[in-house]
Design a protein around this ligand. Structure first.
Ligand SMILES: [Zn+2]
Length: 394
């Protein structure tokens, strides 16, 4: 039996549609919104007036006419409020303050105070409190203030429960992140897997419906967009391609398995390949600058170039597995390793040509901006409060 929806609920649903169209497709006119959504012109005008009075939307001038009067164009008011994004990695924490449209107005990178095996839940909570506080203090005056904070975490995260079930490289289990932080701040807190945050960011930037974001740092995580929606799986934890087995009796992994993809194509793997070379790099260790330092060394030393090439070959193997399974429009490689893209992109292309099947050989592989994950984290509050987009649903 069809559900009946009262008029107020229907208006809220329509308002979300109109809000999202303006957020994602501006500059856009009232007529354009009416045509795209199928809502009648009077409803669109009334909802737009409401959004203008709330200062979320502004009129920006006239567009081109198709014969009649020139339409008034609308766009989101980027300065109506601010969002905080945090990207928690094993070696460092990156925090940004962005406007509502995701433009960065403040950024800070803080090395972790403790080694990975001493990073406890309490240490991370303390750091998160401090970093979010610092970012909030940087927000310029605005109508809506801080919309919220989004935190990207490296592991198995349940977005809806606000809980990190397992962060494999830090050995943290069942951490109620949102519960621990939401009593402290007056704005809402959201968490998600870092790969999902990167996928959201890239999906908004790249305009394709099927996309896989591969986050390569100390480990590997992925975020999967299928048919314009984030694919979360039955329990909200899909995307752990980093822990798919590529060698049955391979290198032991922090997850307890052997031969996981991330053991062959991550920062950990890069360090291991370097240590197996003829020049052992004593000064290199897992740090926020590892890849940048290794890229610099690679301009002079073949050992470093070969290590990156090996990473590229294994990245290619994992990406071939992904494209053969999902046949996406695009794969985007992000995370710290993307800084070395010029040293391994031809290896990825060569492996894909060999191992991907049929049309999957032509799936393009792009590389992400270094801030794409943290900006995706900062956009979570916008998606989940102002827009309440289907993209955020499990
Ligand atoms: Zn693993």
């Amino acid at each position: 039996m069809a559900k009946t929806v009262d008029a107020a609920t229907m208006r809220q649903i329509n308002k979300r549609y109109v809000t999202e169209y303006i957020y994602t497709r501006a500059p856009i006119s009232r007529i354009d919104i009416s045509t795209m959504t199928g809502l009648n012109k009077a409803t669109v005008s009334s909802l737009v007036d409401e959004l203008i009075s709330e200062q979320f939307v502004v009129e920006t001038g006239y567009g081109t006419s198709n014969g009649g009067r020139k339409p008034v164009m609308l766009q989101f008011n980027a300065k109506a409020g601010y969002c905080i994004g945090v990207d928690v990695q094993i070696t460092h924490m990156k925090t940004v303050l962005t406007d509502i449209m995701g433009n960065i107005v403040y950024k800070r990178i803080r090395p972790m105070d403790a080694a990975p095996d001493h990073l406890t839940q309490a240490v991370l909570e303390e750091l998160l409190l401090d970093e979010i506080d610092r970012a909030a203090a940087q927000a310029p005056p605005s109508t809506h203030g801080i919309i919220g904070a989004g935190i990207a975490l490296p592991g198995i995260v349940n977005f809806k429960a606000g809980c990190a079930f397992y962060l494999p490289n830090i050995e943290i289990h069942n951490w109620d992140v949102v519960g621990a932080l939401s009593n402290v701040f007056s704005f809402p807190i959201f968490i998600d897997n870092d790969g999902n945050c990167g996928a959201w960011s890239e999906y908004r930037n790249r305009h394709v419906d099927n996309l896989v974001f591969v986050n390569v740092g100390i480990g590997i995580g992925t975020g999967i967009i299928v048919g314009g929606r984030l694919y979360r799986g039955a329990n909200g934890i899909a995307g752990e391609y980093g822990h798919t087995t590529i060698s049955a009796i391979g290198v032991p992994c922090a997850c307890g398995n052997y031969g996981c993809w991330e053991q062959y194509a991550s920062e950990q793997a890069l360090l291991r390949y370097l240590s197996e070379g003829e020049e052992v790099p004593e000064s290199l260790e897992l740090s926020p600058n590892l890849v940048a330092l290794a890229v610099e060394e690679a301009t002079q030393r073949a050992t470093y170039r070969r290590a990156f090439e090996t990473v590229g070959q294994y990245l290619g193997i994992g990406i071939a597995n992904i494209v053969n399974a999902l046949n996406p429009d695009l794969v985007v490689v992000g995370g710290t390793m993307a800084q070395g893209a010029h040293l391994f992109e031809s290896q990825i292309a060569a492996v894909l040509k060999h191992r991907a099947m049929s049309f999957n050989k032509q799936v393009p592989v792009a590389f992400a901006d270094e801030d794409t994950i943290v900006v995706g984290a900062a956009r979570m509050p916008v998606w989940n409060t102002i827009l309440q987009s289907p993209l955020s649903e499990t």
